[in-house]
Design a protein around this ligand. Structure first.
Ligand code: HSE
Length: 452
């Protein structure tokens, strides 16, 4: 059959909010280019949304609009179901139903895949359908494609990304304006940069979902969000951002996945660090200069070295760009054998790695510490002594000028940068330092990564 004769791929859209309407618009505007690339047309033929009127406004007469997503799944004329509802609840049931009905699935739902990916990919494999999720990580940046295909020659050593635009916007504003987190969050909500309920973003959960997916495709391990370390930006102060800046660092919320072969676990040698937390990054690194709501992902491969991917991690058309790219992949593979497909998590499902996610105590990073101390003789010696006891080497120390505090004597901020150490060792050192009577406030710690 010649390519001209292939019928268009018929797409059913579940949810036509921001990303759904972007998908509709991009497919329509670029239909000719997309057809030339895919070898056949791609048409949204059916849309389900609870807000039927709004959906009709977006699609006009181009597609049938219904309120019940199950009508789309049950329609034998729909080849691919695009799930843009989000969350773990109804979206999970609908994705599993679509798979059971033999539909290929495209989803932007990082939460769903990070938590239930193992079940969803197993169901899809059993049914012989594709589940594609480029839009789930870093929006318009084709990082899934890059990791699964472009870098397939490499042993990936680590992946580190700014993969949440909301928190990157807040951190940029905190640094630019010297404002504290709460103030900037309110402003970000007023401007529409942060959602009314920003919990998943500011607590690091959204970034950790994406880091979980990146860890799976970088190392061929199952998705294990339950073992990820998740820490957001709510505890960060403008003071620490300022001190970090003075020391040549920016603070970024990074999602990090790193292969470590220097550790022994009950399972054998090696493990994977999977963590999301605020991180000091040297200002001279490109990624430290990714500002506002932009995303960026660094990948270190043994053959390629360090590569970086930068772009919009959210928004209507940037995310639609990723959804449509998945639709084009499916259009090309629609009549091909399952063996022709790239595996869901980059590695063949029977060849998955059993390397465990390492407990946080085993994670190795360097640290920024801020201690509020009494400005007395011997205080610094005691603190450095405790760090030495734990084998923690100091990289730099800065003592601010003492400030007078009436009735309590002089106090000062002591800023310490350490070399690499384990989290477990640092916990012990912090507990011992905190017990000193001359340490006057809770010690602030922020992890630091050189990303070299
Ligand atoms: N809320 C996310 C962000 C976008 O702020 O980057 C969707 O994952």
């Amino acid at each position: 059959m010649s390519q001209e004769q292939l019928r268009p791929v018929r797409v059913g859209l579940l949810g036509i909010g921001t990303v759904g309407s972007g998908t509709f618009t991009v497919l329509k505007r670029n239909q000719e280019e997309i057809r030339r690339r895919a070898g056949r047309g791609i048409e949204i033929t059916m849309v389900a949304d609870l807000n039927v009127e709004l959906a009709r406004k977006v699609v006009g007469d181009a597609a049938q609009v219904v309120s019940d997503a199950r009508q789309v799944i049950a329609n034998p004329d729909v080849d691919v179901v695009v799930e843009l509802i989000g969350g773990y609840g109804v979206a999970k049931a609908l994705v599993l139903e679509a798979i059971a009905a033999g539909k290929h699935v495209v989803t932007a739902n990082k939460a769903l895949l990070a938590v239930h990916g193992t079940e969803i990919f197993a169901a899809a494999r059993a049914k012989g359908v594709i589940v594609a999720f480029e839009a789930a990580v870093a929006g318009g940046i084709p990082i899934i494609k890059a990791l699964r295909e472009g870098l397939t020659a490499n042993q990936i050593q680590w992946v580190a990304g700014i993969i949440n635009g909301t928190t990157n916007f807040i951190l940029s504003e905190m640094r630019d304006k010297g404002l504290d987190f709460d103030v900037v969050l309110k402003e970000a909500q007023r401007l529409g940069y942060a959602e009314a309920d920003p919990t998943f973003d500011i607590e690091g959960v959204d970034a950790a979902h994406k880091a979980t997916l990146l860890s799976a495709i970088a190392f061929g391990i199952p998705v294990q969000f339950d073992k990820a370390h998740v820490e957001g930006i709510t505890q960060l102060s403008a003071t620490d951002i300022k001190y970090a800046e003075q020391l040549g660092y920016r603070i970024k919320l990074l999602g990090i996945a790193r292969r470590r072969m220097d550790v022994k676990t009950p399972h054998g040698v090696g493990g994977i660090e999977l963590r999301t937390h605020p991180t000091l990054v040297p200002m001279r690194r490109l990624i430290a200069n990714v500002e506002g709501a932009m995303n960026a992902v660094l990948v270190q491969g043994d053959a390629v070295g360090t590569t970086m991917y930068y772009g919009k991690g959210a928004g209507s058309e940037p995310t639609a760009s990723a959804v449509v790219a998945d639709l084009v992949d499916i259009a090309r593979l629609l009549d091909a054998a399952p063996e022709a497909r790239v595996p869901y998590l980059a590695f063949q499902p029977d060849e998955m790695s059993t390397l465990p996610i390492l407990p946080l105590d085993e994670v190795v990073t360097s640290f920024y510490l801020r201690l509020r101390v009494a400005d007395k003789a011997g205080v610094l010696a005691k603190i450095t002594g405790i760090l030495a006891e734990q084998g923690i080497s100091i990289d730099a120390v800065i003592q601010r000028e003492a400030d007078e505090v009436s009735g309590e004597g002089n106090q000062t901020d002591l800023i310490i940068l350490t070399h690499d150490t384990t989290e477990g060792g640092m916990n012990k050192a912090i507990a011992a330092m905190q017990a000193l009577p001359t340490v006057l406030a809770p010690i602030v710690r922020v992890r630091k990564e050189e990303l070299a």
